[in-house]
Design a protein around this ligand. Sequence first.
Ligand code: FES
Length: 111
Amino acid sequence: MAGAERLICAAADLRAGDNGVRFEAAGQAAFAVRWQGEVFGWLNQCRHVALELDWNPGRFFDDSGLYLICATHGALYEPDTGLCVSGPCHGRALFPIQLVERDGYVYLVET
Ligand code: FES
């Protein structure tokens, strides 16, 4: 059975390589970003130390717009796989949050 869905934001609020949208999932901080046309959701928790990634609320991408960056020690994560490709947690991955984009809105799939 599919989980219930909860509205997160309008699809237009997420632009590729731009600010993400913060939300809570099961009482934990999470965020959504758009990358190459698709929406991805991740727990907002670095895999080095369990701190939130964004240095300003919603700022998840680095200057290149290619990677998600942790504000604390600069770990870089792939926006689509969540894999850390550089930094102290190299090889670990962010925890995924299931999102669905439909009819101009993005929803959290609660399981
Ligand atoms: S807490 Fe994120 S890189 Fe150290």
